[in-house]
Design a protein around this ligand. Structure first.
Ligand SMILES: [Zn+2]
Length: 367
């Protein structure tokens, strides 16, 4: 029985082998499917090994795109809040506005949508930097006294911000379908990007309409010297408004205006012989001007007479036996930081928003 059983088992195995062989011969697809399965298995293993390498390759590809936020990161980069508070000077209400929407509304309020896209992008980065620094400062020193409920207002006191509803009313549907879309694209393409100087957020990303040819050192216009607010040439302002703008007064009218603006100063005789520009800043603005017995700043004269800029010259003429004083100003605004018309001129010449910002804000980096 025992021998029989072993014999039976051997026969059984032999029968099985023969059956398998016969099946392979009778069904060639049996071999074919086995091969396909092994190929799929090998392919899966290959993919598993290659997957991390592929990811790295894709990352490196994007990494080389200029301006891509992936490369533009560094340890001190600040993530803006999702919402910020903005005080509406018209309604006297404080609004919570999504931060990037606020930036879009500022670009729309501060720069014509007809400007070049690279100029709009430069404006977006400057506006974003300026507003975030105000938000951060309010967290330390509180909100400005002019609007204690919010770090920013929607007017020139901070930056002009226009909501979508306001823009629809102001500009109309055609502009919304064209200019607004262009502004949104410019802001979105620089999302989160801000200017940093020496590893810190550039707190004073000031800008103005046009400089008249040269921007100003911050200390020549405002109180303090800011390292990135240096006087630079602004050569592409041909399309700027307020160029060679002349305003004239009789010397008597001028004297009256000055004396009423500064009632505590003893000017004495204000005449052609006692009005003289004493010195100019590096950017060309009037630093000091003699008026009678007193010395005023160019900014004093600008504010008193409502001139577009303190970048002015003084001339005299006599008409009908009356002495006249003529102020001829160039540019519009304080002249510190980025010139908006200069930025547009640079963009027309092919410069990128980064070129523009690095030109007007000395030594800054964009992250
Ligand atoms: Zn304000």
């Amino acid at each position: 029985m025992k021998i029989q059983k072993r014999h039976f088992n051997k026969r059984n195995l032999h029968t099985l082998k023969t059956a398998f062989h016969r099946r392979s011969l009778q069904h060639p697809q049996f071999n074919f499917f086995a091969k396909i399965a092994s190929y799929i298995l090998l392919a899966c293993l290959f993919c598993l090994l290659l997957f991390p390498a592929s990811l790295y390759g894709i990352y490196s590809l994007f990494d080389k795109v200029p301006g891509n936020p992936i490369t533009e990161s560094f340890p001190n980069k600040i993530t803006p809040p999702d919402y910020i508070n903005v005080y509406n000077t018209t309604t006297k209400q404080t609004m919570a506005v999504p931060f990037e929407d606020y930036v879009k509304g500022v670009v729309a309020g501060e720069m014509p949508a007809t400007f070049e896209e690279e100029a709009l992008k430069a404006q977006a980065v400057a506006a974003r930097t300026y507003s975030l620094s105000k938000v951060l400062r309010s967290g330390v020193g509180g909100n400005p006294p002019a609007h204690p409920s919010a770090p920013l207002c929607n007017d020139t006191h901070c930056q002009v911000y226009r909501s979508v509803d306001e823009l629809k009313n102001l500009k109309g549907e055609a502009w919304m379908a064209d200019g607004w879309i262009k502004i949104c694209e410019a802001v979105d393409s620089t999302k989160g990007q801000m200017m940093y100087y020496d590893g810190q957020l550039a707190e004073q990303a000031l800008f103005h309409s046009s400089s008249g040819g040269h921007t100003e050192n911050s200390e020549d216009v405002f109180a303090s010297a800011v390292p990135y607010l240096r006087s630079v040439d602004s050569p592409y302002e041909k399309e700027a408004t307020h160029q060679n703008e002349s305003t004239s007064y009789t010397v008597t009218e001028f004297a009256q205006k000055i004396k009423s603006a500064y009632p505590n100063k003893a000017f004495g005789d204000i005449s052609i012989s006692t009005i003289k520009i004493l010195n100019n800043s590096q950017g060309g603005r009037v630093n000091q001007i003699q008026v009678g017995n007193q010395s005023l700043t160019g900014r004093d004269i600008r504010d008193c007479l409502g001139l577009a800029s303190a970048n002015f010259t003084v001339g005299f003429t006599i008409s009908n036996a009356q002495p006249y004083i003529i102020f001829t100003s160039n540019g519009y605004g304080h002249g510190v930081g980025m010139s908006q018309y200069g930025a547009n001129g640079m963009a027309e010449k092919g410069y990128t928003y980064k070129d523009i910002l690095k030109h007007y804000y000395t030594g800054i980096k964009i992250y």
